[in-house]
Write a protein that binds this ligand. Structure first.
Ligand SMILES: Nc1nc2c(ncn2[C@@H]2O[C@@H]3COP(=O)(O)O[C@H]4[C@@H](O)[C@H](n5cnc6c(=O)[nH]c(N)nc65)O[C@@H]4COP(=O)(O)O[C@H]3[C@H]2O)c(=O)[nH]1
Length: 578
């Protein structure tokens, strides 16, 4: 008998475990194998079931040759033990003294690759059977490798990641160790994919995978879970310091601009971190915690990382609850619109009214948008709410046209980022206006500067489509979104709305005055109107008048009011100022 496989170190030589309780049969099989392989085979002989189990636990073999009858036990059971792993291929050949169709079937069912009858055995038959089994093993191994890898990046895929995470948990439980799961999501992958095409998107993913591999140690596991989501399992001596360092390094590395297909691409990554065992002891729980933390870092300004905090769970539950309530609010008409006048500084008339949504909650009373719009924006509910706002605002505007003092008053509606991106936006807007035969010029859509900046190159196309409909477009919160001048020049927008933060300190802070002045001048040079919103005090009004703002809006005149109140207020205002 040769020594166990563990002691040999020649990869060309076949390692074979022969499980045979009959010494004569062992000698016969060994002689055939020697004849067939001329020494290029290492045979480890186990003469009992238990010994075979020991060898199997210590080492792995290229081929297992197992006798069907092993004393009181059965070679089929041992075969099942060896072949039971889903992700490791083991080549087993069963030997039997009987030519029995039933045993043949059982052998195949148990996972054996072949079934040989001892009386018919020869060196060539053994060699052929082993050759076939090894070739099938290598094909199956290749298939398994393919099933565990992401073909695009070559990284491990979700299947392999799940296995690795389960293994890591078992190891950490045994060793009382900690480790971190870092979930990464690229910040502007969708924009790259949508604007530059899938080929560039794929290249970005491949480059990202390479960058991640470069930044990590070999011992860290990295996988692509799908889309632009990557995940890392990493162990550190000091888990808090180590995981923070790695997250910072990855954020820095992935923030480096890239030149892809002649485009400069600025990517970034948001990272969520969950630590075993604090944030979960099962693969599902850990991944869910990392996912919540990643979602948080995405929301809290991109290119950041967050550790999981149980409070996120509570927030998520509250958000879900709010979303259920919002659906009910939509179904039972609990939303109302309030209107705030926008006044032309030259004519002194109310030219438009900004529609601002409120929720008439059956228990909590009248709720401001800040208490429900962010939750609605987390899913498509904002699209449904936004469509209602648009239709109601158009209906109200049509009503004003029947009143002499308000017949020229237009309406302004806020569009959330999701609505602006929605492919049905144009039909929704045109239906709301056309269904009541309102003139398009009476409708203004307000889109924040930040939203416009986040859309990417598609923005001009989308704005142009709205412009072609005939509606007016205003950029809200202007001055906070860092839009470039060259971009702004191409936007078919009529109005810039100076962000309230500049107006609030305009009377005592020079910087804000300078910025507002610059925005007004910029607006004028680009042939756009400028609205100063948030005018609360007389002093602010005087300054914005001095600077030449075209329109004004704010508590100094009035807060937003329900439809009837707004109508009365405007009539009185016009009577007073006519
Ligand atoms: N401190 C101060 N505040 C003033 C003054 N004048 C007006 N405001 C408030 O400033 C907000 C102006 O609207 P926004 O910037 O578009 O900001 C809006 C807008 O982003 C969002 N929102 C409101 N209605 C809708 C809607 O129908 N759809 C969408 N998507 N968002 C909406 O909610 C935000 C807040 O709305 P509101 O609570 O109604 O708050 C309104 C308005 O009541 C002032 O002189 N001083």
């Amino acid at each position: 008998m040769t020594s166990p496989a563990t002691q040999k170190d020649n990869s060309q030589v076949i390692q074979l475990l022969l499980v045979e309780d009959d010494e004569d049969d062992y000698v016969l099989v060994e002689s055939y194998l020697d004849q067939a392989y001329d020494g290029n085979i290492v045979i480890t002989w186990a003469d009992t079931y238990e010994k075979a189990q020991q060898f199997i636990a210590q080492s792995s073999y290229d081929i297992y040759l197992i006798d069907y009858y092993l004393g009181q036990q059965n070679g089929l059971d041992l075969t099942k033990e060896i072949t039971s792993s889903t992700f490791v291929v083991n080549a087993v050949i069963l030997l039997t003294g009987l030519d029995d169709h039933k045993i043949d079937l059982e052998a195949t069912k148990s996972g054996a690759m072949d079934y040989l009858i001892k009386q018919e055995l020869s060196a060539s038959m053994l060699e052929r059977s082993i050759r076939y089994a090894l070739s099938r093993k290598s094909i199956e191994e290749e298939l398994i490798a393919m099933a565990q890898h992401d073909p695009l990046t070559g990284l491990a895929n979700r299947v392999k990641f799940n296995m690795a995470l389960s293994d890591k948990i078992q190891y950490a439980r045994r060793e009382q160790a900690q480790f971190a799961v870092l979930l990464l999501d690229l910040d502007n992958f969708k924009e790259v994919n949508d604007t530059l095409g899938h080929t560039t998107g794929d290249t970005l993913l491949k480059v990202t995978a390479r960058r991640l591999q470069k930044s990590l140690r070999d011992i860290d596991m990295i996988a692509r879970l799908g889309g632009d989501e990557f995940v890392i399992i990493a162990e550190f001596n000091n888990i808090a310091e180590g995981s923070a360092n790695i997250a910072e390094r990855l954020i820095e590395e992935l923030a480096e601009p890239l030149e892809l297909d002649c485009h400069q691409i600025n990517t970034g990554v948001s990272i969520g971190i969950a630590i075993y065992p604090h944030d979960g002891i099962s693969p599902e729980a850990l991944l869910k915690s990392a996912d919540l933390a990643m979602y948080k870092s995405k929301r809290g300004g991109r290119s950041t990382y967050r550790y999981y905090d149980p409070v996120f769970e509570l927030e998520l539950t509250q958000t879900k609850q709010l979303q259920t309530e919002l659906q009910l609010a939509i179904d039972s008409n609990q939303f109302v619109l309030h209107y705030q006048p926008i006044i032309d500084t030259e004519s002194g008339r109310v030219v438009k009214a900004e529609a601002l949504i409120r929720w008439q909650h059956p228990k909590k009373g009248l709720l401001p948008p800040a208490m429900f719009i962010p939750a609605a924006e987390k899913n498509s509910m904002i699209i449904t709410i936004g469509e209602w706002v648009l239709q109601q605002a158009c209906r109200d505007c049509k009503q004003w046209q029947t009143i002499e003092q308000l017949k020229d008053t237009g309406v302004t509606v806020n569009l959330s980022p999701l609505q602006f991106r929605d492919e049905n936006l144009i039909p929704i807007v045109s239906k709301a206006i056309a269904s009541i035969q309102l003139n398009h010029k009476h409708v203004t859509l307000e889109i924040t500067e930040t939203t416009l900046m986040e859309i990417g190159e598609d923005v001009i196309e989308r704005l142009t489509m709205l412009d072609q409909l005939g509606v007016d477009i205003a950029i809200d919160d202007f001055g906070t979104g860092y839009s470039s001048l060259s971009y702004l020049k191409q936007f078919p927008v009529s109005t810039l709305k100076v962000d309230r933060s500049f107006i609030s300190d305009i009377d005592d802070e020079d910087d804000d005055k300078i910025i507002t002045k610059a925005i007004v001048n910029l607006g004028k040079s680009l042939n756009k109107k400028v609205i100063a919103e948030g005018i609360e005090k007389k002093g602010q009004l005087e300054i914005v008048n001095q600077l030449g703002c075209h329109f004004i809006q704010g508590y100094h005149f009035t807060k937003a009011m329900p439809f009837e109140e707004f109508t009365d207020w405007t009539q009185k205002f016009h009577n007073k100022h006519s």
